[in-house]
Design a protein around this ligand. Sequence first.
Ligand SMILES: Nc1ncnc2c1ncn2[C@@H]1O[C@H](COP(=O)(O)OP(=O)(O)OP(=O)(O)O)[C@@H](O)[C@H]1O
Length: 284
Amino acid sequence: MIHCEGLVKIYKSSEVEVVALQGLNLTVEDGEMMAIIGNSGSGKSTLLNILGGLDRPSAGTAVVGDWDLLKMTEPQLVEYKRHTVGFIWQNNGRNLLPYMTALENVETPMMLGGKYDRGYAKQLLEWVGLKDRMHSRLYQLSGGEQQRVAIAISLSNKPKLLLADEPTGSVDSETSDRIMDIFRKMNRELGISIVIVTHDLELANKVDRIVAIRDGLTSTEFVKRNDSLDTERVPGSKEVHEAFVIIDRAGRLQVPREYLEALSIDERATLEFDGERIVITQPK
Ligand SMILES: Nc1ncnc2c1ncn2[C@@H]1O[C@H](COP(=O)(O)OP(=O)(O)OP(=O)(O)O)[C@@H](O)[C@H]1O
């Protein structure tokens, strides 16, 4: 579904240049539900905005389905946003119309996209648990309910890929669980690929794969250890993820800063290979 290689994003203003993505690699399979984690400023939103067609990459490869995000013309970008991706923000106020009902809020983008389908709009609201509130105006709904309307809207164009930037950032833990259940259901039943950006490790643990971004590069990947086990059916089971460091085609990997600091390794290190292990040490 997603293939990024050597992806670079540079923000330029008159005085400064910020390299937000420095050659990032990421692959997401069709039908996968995964999370991206990373510290503030690591480049998570930049990546999501590029994948959502809201921002243009500076260099590298970024392909989503059949679309090449570096080569797309403006009209193709509009087409892409309209039919291939759905987007959910933490603060969805900018998408929702407060004096319209939940149903009208879902129907409006359908009309703009030329695919009006009232039955499907109602079905979406039912899926997100708002069957009884679909005729309520937005300002009459709680923050969590509004977030669920935003999820219904993001699915209104029947996207193949759903991008969610901190989707549970402003709701309580019960609503957060509910939102994750909805994502899981959409992923399983509609086969939508889902990428969730989050600070919340609890949330990230509910997906099969987590990719950590550090300084604009994918650094570590965590894969659920026993993904053949349906953990939802095993009460009290803890989901276990195994950590892998990501190595790109050129053999580059990111060594966690705390490891380097603990060994006082600065610009150079010694690399030894003993036939089984590669050992990084401080130069003698
Ligand atoms: N429009 C912009 N102009 C200039 N610099 C930007 C712009 N947007 C982001 N940046 C910079 O790019 C880097 C990555 O920002 P980004 O918003 O992608 O990080 P993030 O991981 O999503 O952070 P957070 O978790 O705080 O949202 C940061 O150094 C940020 O200051």
